[in-house]
Design a protein. Structure first.
Length: 525
């Protein structure tokens, strides 16, 4: 191995840090025993984490879609062996699964208990012109404009906005820059957004299918995982015109600890967190409200951002909970009754469809019915599905409470009532366990910001520090995706190690004439 004396300290155990460790080993030729991953919690995986059991209920805080354009992600998964089929890579397993389970949504949007026709986008001529103009203007021109400052109010009533917003998580008050990036990045989905045919599925949940195999591979390579170890601060010194991290402060086992770095040791920080301060409820208790920022990943970023303006401005992203709050829920069912009713209502077999959005829900609730089993080891007589709502602070249509104040049982009552399953209400509640999850920062990366509020992956002033994850800046690419996290990992490793290697080029559908023609045809419908 090369570089056999350096040490690499990775803060956070989300996909960005795990990918960084993997690329340090594969492309940097770093021995795994030189890599240390620090995680504040007792579990690994960040926003792709999952937990639970069939008796107490499974928990998924959220899900991330995959797509053929995720070139960095698929590169990572191409050299990680599958957990259940080790003769295959995770990527090969995913590709085989998608040949077996082809996706096509038959009930993308539901109103009044029935799927509605959303083949037409519902645009006015003004909407079309505004979309085309948004694709063409510069990010500097948009700067801190919101989406609702760009489009007319009628745009937010279109079928397109309903599907786009619930597919990616946008709100009208979110950044026009981020919306522009998504429009450019996913323009190939315009023609099939109503059937979600372009979404790649995974055999199990994201933790079992992607994170666990990656953890296993890294541990086999000798990577150390320091669990329940909260990194609280970094000490810097100047070296010429660059800042150098020289000491790491962290808390583990209620003890303050320090690490002194050698001259060429490197630090990669997953700054900020979309799932920080998440709070779980239960079938009979609502999640506790979040009133202030406590997450260690935010506190660390706030501390080191004081050292230099190039390290970003975390307060832009963690101080507007009312603009970034979501609520998700996971439903574990004993037996198949609920599942069978859902499949019959939605008109498809589990795992072959995408989101089904209840457009007349005050909470704007969407549900996803995955292929079963969704967890490794899940019993045959147990079924799992999940969902989320973009407006948890609004009163329900049937349960006259804000979603964030509701128990899991009340959330199920609201869902069952929307779906027209009320005749089965008692049986479904008796055999189901719904665990709600309040996520105060889940869309914080979409909040309006100035161009320098997110730090570059490797700031120009930095000698041995990189930022990875959703709050590092990658021009043109779209945050709130696995792809973004893995791209920051590639960028950090290649730049810090000076490998004379670039991350895989970002997929740009706007450079394809055929895709543009198809997108234009979709605009006129």
């Amino acid at each position: 191995m090369l570089n056999d004396h350096r040490k690499f300290y990775l803060v956070g155990s989300g996909i960005a840090s795990l990918a960084s460790a993997a690329y340090l080993i594969r492309d940097g030729q770093i021995s795994g025993d030189q890599i240390y991953i620090f995680e504040q919690l007792a579990t690994v995986g960040g926003c792709l984490g999952a937990s639970g059991n069939p008796e107490m209920g499974y928990i998924l805080r959220g899900g991330r879609m995959l797509n053929f354009s995720y070139v960095c992600t698929y590169d990572l998964l191409s050299f990680i062996p599958s957990l259940t089929r080790p003769e295959m890579s995770v990527l090969s397993e995913i590709q085989a699964f998608n040949k077996k389970v082809e996706s096509q949504s038959l009930a993308r949007v539901v109103e009044n208990g029935s799927a509605i026709n959303v083949n037409e986008m519902g645009f006015s001529n003004k909407d079309r012109l505004d979309l085309i103009e948004l694709l063409g203007v510069t990010e500097e021109y948009l700067e801190t404009k919101t989406i609702e400052q760009w489009f007319k109010p009628a745009f937010f009533k279109t079928n397109f906005w309903c599907m786009w917003a619930t597919m990616f998580g946008f709100q009208p008050w979110h950044s026009a820059v981020e919306c522009k990036r998504y429009l450019n990045r996913y323009i190939h989905e315009f023609e099939r957004i109503n059937i979600l045919e372009g979404v790649d599925r995974i055999p199990y949940n994201q933790y079992d299918s992607m994170i666990r195999p990656l953890i296993k591979w890294l541990k086999e390579k000798g990577v150390s995982f320091e669990m329940e170890a909260e990194v609280t601060d970094l000490d810097f010194r100047m070296s010429g015109d660059q800042l150098v991290v020289e000491q790491i402060h962290y808390i583990q086992d209620a003890e303050q600890k320090q690490i002194f770095l050698a001259e060429d040791d490197l630090v990669l920080v997953n700054a900020g967190s979309t799932t920080a301060d998440f709070n779980l409820g239960s079938m009979y208790e609502p999640p506790m409200p979040i009133t202030k920022q406590d997450g260690g990943s935010w506190a660390l970023w706030e501390s080191i951002a004081k050292e230099c303006p190039e390290f970003g401005n975390p307060s832009v992203f963690n101080s507007r909970i009312d603009e970034s709050l979501w609520e998700s829920f996971t439903v574990t069912c004993q037996g198949t009754q609920f599942f069978d009713l859902l499949q019959q209502f939605l008109g498809y077999n589990a795992g072959t469809d995408g989101l089904a959005t209840l457009n007349d829900s005050n909470w704007l609730m969407s549900i996803f019915v995955p292929y079963q089993p969704h967890f490794i080891g899940q019993p045959e007589n147990v079924t799992v599905f999940c969902g989320y709502s973009l407006f948890p602070d609004k009163q329900g249509n049937f349960v006259r409470k804000k979603m964030c104040d509701c128990t899991g049982e009340e959330i199920l009552i609201e869902l069952i009532s929307h779906l027209g399953f009320a005749i089965h209400l008692d049986e479904l509640l008796e055999t189901s366990n719904c665990i709600p999850c309040l996520l105060p920062y889940i869309t914080s990366q979409f909040l309006t910001r100035s161009i320098w509020d997110r730090p570059l992956v490797v700031p120009k002033v930095s000698k041995n520090l990189a930022f990875v994850g959703q709050f590092a800046e990658v021009p043109l690419d779209v945050s709130f995706t696995v792809e973004y996290a893995v791209r920051t990992a590639q960028t950090a490793v290649y730049q810090l190690l000076d490998l004379n290697k670039e991350p895989i080029s970002i997929y740009q559908g706007t450079q394809s004439a055929s895709i543009l023609v198809k997108a234009i045809k979709s605009l006129v419908h």
